[in-house]
Design a binder for this molecule. Structure first.
Ligand SMILES: [Ca+2]
Length: 553
């Protein structure tokens, strides 16, 4: 493909240690010179899952709100709360429909476009320029302007976007190394290798319990992840065929196409149907309530998952069976020998302020504050140290107490941590210079090396950052995926189109329909509104490339 970008992640990951260490002389950007003298009330919705507060704290009357008030003069009040992401989204949709908005809140991309269209949120262009900290600016700049561009509509910045981690894009293959060794199987590279390993695991009793109880590779019911990747998605299986279902990519002729209706996807489905028939993939994946249970029960030895799989679900496998040794591979490779992945969206969450709120700059001031805490920028003063200690005592990450869930992650964060840990282990850097987060990681690595699998948090951290960090440095061919969710036709037809697609794909995979049905699917896709979605997507893509050209010239 002409348009694919070859990104040697390896190159992007040198010279990293300095930014990971504390800079003692840095001005404490947290002691704001401009604390509001007349306190300002800010009503925010609060989304939590499993949050616990120290004794005496209730709702917004908590240590984080008191800290924010001390540092900024902003009084946080909860307009309502939601127990998790799904409920939060429903409640935000309701708030938007009834025009009863909190002062400041997080939305997804679709909600952002709608709010702008309805003129319901504030233009943050000026307050961003005026109030953003050097740190926040530098993180947005590190995305080559892409993050802010995503939140800019008609040259106005309507939101502060999050910044994701590059290492979150690929779906790797995690395999039981102890089973490979036991059965004398080579490390997987190609689709044939994976098929052979899965087949052998299923038929050769790798756990030696005398029972025929090992099953095939678990599969996510949606087959792939449209946006950010996750556990059990087959994204890398498809991309080995240069197929990108549920994604919009530019083909070798420079034309925007929908991945699901391409010939490459047909080829991938042919193979997947064969795998289903032979049991290479879990034959019960469509009726399985929770695919992580057989992983925990150690009934399977291969899963597709991102670098962070040791945090979940592999920790479950190892807690149950300490003999389990998981290894990770950047496979399957394509016929040309490349590991291919689509890009992950740089941003997918947006902090917005309702129109006519008296002080829209609070959004950027609070983001300055939370980002500084999250990044361990500068040395903590006493109250900053106190809130860290409190969160640690509760066993909950500090970020979960922030009044909004928006992180400016370091795009290179995973590989940077890997490099730093390796240097610390080799004695190449002084571990006392590490910030508290890295110090903790390093302690976990040492702990897990001395007493493997004794402490699961130490095991997860060690495996994710050493194995997952190392694999994230392997060369990857990145194929850019475009978002078209802001088009009207998308809004109107997408749900129908996706349900037609899933219906055909699942029936083809399970053999209920022959592969010839794929051509019928393509026709039906076009006639069910796909033609309009494609037309609007193409217009959006072309105007975007034009505006990109204008910027360059
Ligand atoms: Ca067995």
């Amino acid at each position: 493909m002409k348009t694919t970008k070859l990104i040697w992640i390896v190159l992007a990951c040198s010279l990293l240690v300095t930014s990971c260490t504390n800079t003692p002389n840095h001005k404490d950007s947290n002691t704001m010179e401009d604390i509001y003298t007349d306190p300002i009330i800010l009503r925010v919705p609060y989304s939590y899952s499993d949050i616990e507060l120290p004794e005496g704290d209730v709702g917004e009357e908590n240590f984080m709100s008191r800290y924010i008030y001390e540092k900024t003069g902003i009084i946080i009040q909860y307009s309502w709360d939601a127990g998790g992401e799904e409920q939060y989204n429903t409640k935000i949709d309701l708030a938007i429909r009834s025009n009863d908005l909190p002062d400041m809140f997080i939305v997804n991309r679709k909600q952002l476009y709608y709010l702008v269209q309805q003129d319901m949120i504030a233009d943050l262009s000026e307050v961003y320029e005026e109030h953003s900290s050097e740190l926040v600016k530098s993180i947005y700049d590190a995305t080559d302007g892409k993050a802010l561009e995503e939140a800019t509509i008609d040259q106005k910045l309507y939101a502060l976007p999050n910044v994701g981690i590059e290492a979150d894009a690929p779906t790797y293959l995690w395999v039981r190394q102890d089973w490979l060794d036991k059965l004398n199987l080579p490390e997987p590279r190609t689709l044939e290798d994976i098929e052979n390993i899965s087949y052998t695991f299923i038929h050769e009793d790798p756990d030696e319990n005398g029972k025929d109880d090992t099953i095939g590779i678990p599969v996510e019911k949606s087959l792939v992840y449209q946006d950010k990747t996750g556990v059990f998605g087959l994204n890398s299986f498809f991309s080995a065929f240069h197929s990108f279902p549920q994604n919009w990519i530019v083909n070798s002729e420079g034309i925007l196409v929908y991945g699901s209706i391409q010939e490459e996807t047909k080829q991938a489905l042919i193979r997947l149907a064969e795998w289903y028939e032979k049991g290479i993939i879990d034959r019960d994946f469509m009726i399985r309530k929770d695919a992580s249970i057989p992983v925990t029960e150690n009934q399977m030895g291969i899963i597709f998952a991102p670098w962070w799989a040791p945090f979940w679900p592999l920790n479950g496998s190892v807690s149950k069976d300490t003999k389990a040794e998981w290894n990770v591979f950047a496979v399957p490779i394509s016929e040309q020998g490349q590991f291919i992945t689509k890009t992950s969206p740089i941003t997918d969450r947006y902090l917005v302020v309702r129109k006519n709120y008296s002080n829209p700059e609070v959004a950027i001031k609070l983001l300055n504050l939370t980002t500084r805490l999250e990044r361990h920028e500068g040395i903590d003063d006493e109250s900053s140290e106190m809130i860290r200690v409190t969160a640690q005592q509760m066993g909950i990450q500090l970020r979960n107490y922030f009044p909004f869930d928006l992180l400016l992650d370091d795009p290179d964060g995973v590989t940077k941590r890997y490099d730093t840990l390796i240097q610390a282990m080799n004695g190449e850097i002084d571990v006392t210079t590490l910030n508290s987060e890295l110090e903790k990681l390093y302690e976990h690595v040492i702990q897990d090396t001395e007493q493997p699998k004794k402490d699961m948090e130490a095991w997860s951290n060690t495996q994710a950052y050493l194995l997952g960090g190392k694999i994230s440095k392997e060369p990857i061919v990145m194929v850019e995926s475009y978002n078209i969710e802001h088009t009207e036709a998308y809004e109107e037809y997408w749900d129908t189109l996706i349900s037609i697609e899933m219906d055909y794909f699942l029936k083809i995979i399970t053999g209920e329909l022959p592969i010839e049905a794929f051509d019928q699917f393509v026709e039906e896709w076009f006639s069910s509104g796909g033609i309009y979605v494609l037309k609007e997507a193409t217009q959006a893509y072309e105007s975007q490339s034009e505006s990109n050209m204008k910027r360059i010239w």
